[in-house]
Design a binder for this molecule. Structure first.
Ligand SMILES: NC(=O)c1ccc[n+]([C@@H]2O[C@H](COP(=O)([O-])OP(=O)(O)OC[C@H]3O[C@@H](n4cnc5c(N)ncnc54)[C@H](O)[C@@H]3O)[C@@H](O)[C@H]2O)c1
Length: 452
């Protein structure tokens, strides 16, 4: 190990290293907090002044991070934030946690990574450890990040250190959070892995070193593609069960009693969130660049992206039993966040379902205790729409209620008792009821059955 590397290693071990995190979102803020808790000084860098201000004021804006933690760490001088990349000059390590969305064409949008790395490059100095955490296609660290940083004249692996370590945060998960989810680390050189592992090992319980940045990049895409493909499979099974009048929920719950060789995935109204609907397309894009046609990813994407249409067909079918059309009906969407008990509605299938209903003439309202407003730009209805208060006594006013996100705070008993019709896409309502139409399950007893 070079003298430069061993100085950094000692700084990390003694917690004298000054750490930085670029991008203080769902991934970056929890990481900065863990680094600060581990005894480092952590500086967050974000272009959004509102996030920097929140940290300055000792306030958290991410549900998985408590304000008490941010306040305590800020007060003890361990955590601060800035919009100014000049601070990189004083840092020993920097983790990059900026967004990696898709373009409209489903190609990777690398602009956030490129912009962040260019800003770091302006202040790059010998001895800095740079670790990319944004989910991205295999090869990004070597093909995109390294050349930008080396354009400064400094060489990766010799003058500065470069790693990739995928983030596995699961927002809203009370058991597994940044500190106790094993962290995969790949480096450009063995020294890069060793340094990055030492940094993460200070804050995270288990480190899993791998042989290269490409392997680490691919690990993350395998994990998320595994989910996308299995959800695609169970969604197809739900469509099949719908046709065959079998309850897919009962099938999955019975299948999961097998103690080996099976893992339960559940159907739903479509994929949501920043990861599962997006990341597999980073992989398929890169595979195609190598002349490989990735069929599972495309097929799962096809099935999963069709689910909101199936939900709308189900709503039409339910309304039909009451001699009503979607056009002119009042429909309450229960839950717009992409999963239970969180406030994130990025890529939420609720937005697609709302847009499709709106296009067919429904009057759409939504209830979500975690999302007070859906902005015009976020759904195709193109108007700002505020959440309605939904609770006991309020459900009877709609022609149909559609459970898209099964938040635990909804009163499902009241919903069943008061509503004319419910379309349940999450199996939130367990007992059979005459007014509940479930995704992937037989129609309620006594209703007209329109099997094709
Ligand atoms: N949210 C998750 O559950 C999750 C889980 C695993 C991996 N990831 C991956 O982690 C990465 C970050 O995701 P996120 O959910 O934290 O995103 P986010 O949108 O919550 O946060 C990203 C932050 O980066 C900031 N930013 C953007 N460009 C910047 C720049 N050039 N300089 C400084 N700051 C900049 C934004 O202002 C924002 O605060 C993505 O690649 C995502 O795929 C996310």
């Amino acid at each position: 190990m070079s003298a430069l590397a061993s100085v950094l290693l000692q700084k990390i071990k003694s917690r004298r290293a000054r750490t930085g995190v670029v991008g203080l979102g769902y991934v970056g803020l929890p990481l900065a907090v863990e680094l600060a808790k581990a005894g480092f000084h952590a500086t967050g860098i974000d272009l959004d002044p509102r996030k920097v201000k929140a940290i300055d004021e000792g306030r958290s804006y991410i549900p998985d991070v408590t304000t008490a933690d941010v306040q305590r760490l800020r007060d003890s001088g361990r955590l601060d934030a800035t919009t100014d990349f000049a601070v990189v000059r004083d840092l020993d390590t920097i983790n990059i946690c900026v967004p990696t969305p898709l373009r409209k064409t489903r190609d990777p949008d690398m602009s956030y990574i490129v912009s962040a790395v260019e800003s770091i490059a302006t202040h790059l100095h010998p001895g800095l450890l740079v670790s990319l955490e944004s989910t991205t296609y295999p090869g990004t660290t070597e093909e995109v990040v390294q050349p930008i940083l080396e354009a400064t004249g400094l060489k990766a692996g010799r003058d500065f250190f470069l790693a990739f370590s995928p983030e596995r945060v699961d927002p809203g998960n009370p058991t597994f959070q940044t500190h106790n989810v094993p962290k995969v680390v790949g480096g450009l050189t063995p020294t890069c892995v060793e340094l990055a592992s030492a940094l993460y090992g200070a804050a995270i319980e288990t480190i899993v070193p791998v042989s290269s940045t490409r392997v680490a990049e691919m690990v993350k895409l395998l994990e998320n593609t595994f989910r996308a493909v299995n959800i695609g499979l169970v969604n197809e099974l739900a469509l099949m069960c719908d046709r065959m009048a079998i309850d897919v929920w009962e099938v999955v719950n019975a299948a999961k009693t097998k103690p080996f060789g099976f893992m339960a995935f559940y159907p739903g109204p479509g994929l949501g969130g920043h990861c599962i609907p997006i990341d597999p397309f980073y992989l398929s894009w890169k595979a195609r660049q190598s002349g490989f046609d990735p069929r599972f990813i495309e097929l799962a994407g096809h099935i999963n992206s069709g689910m909101p249409h199936y939900v709308v067909d189900k709503i039409a079918e339910a309304l039909n039993t009451k001699r009503k059309a979607i056009n002119g009906s009042t429909v309450l969407i229960a839950g717009v966040a992409y999963k239970r008990d969180i406030d994130d509605m990025r890529e939420s299938p609720a937005l697609d379902v709302m847009g499709l209903l709106h296009a067919r003439g429904a009057q759409v309202a939504y209830a979500d205790p975690h999302v007070p407003e859906v902005h015009a730009r976020e759904w195709s209805g193109r108007v700002d729409i505020q959440a309605v208060d939904a609770g006991r006594g309020s459900y009877g006013q709609y022609d149909c209620i559609v459970i898209i996100t099964d938040h635990s705070s909804f009163d499902y008993d009241a919903m069943v008792a008061e509503s004319e019709l419910i379309v349940d896409t999450r199996n939130a309502i367990k007992a059979p009821a005459r007014n509940v139409f479930k995704l992937g399950a037989p129609r309620p007893e006594g209703e007209a059955v329109a099997l094709t």
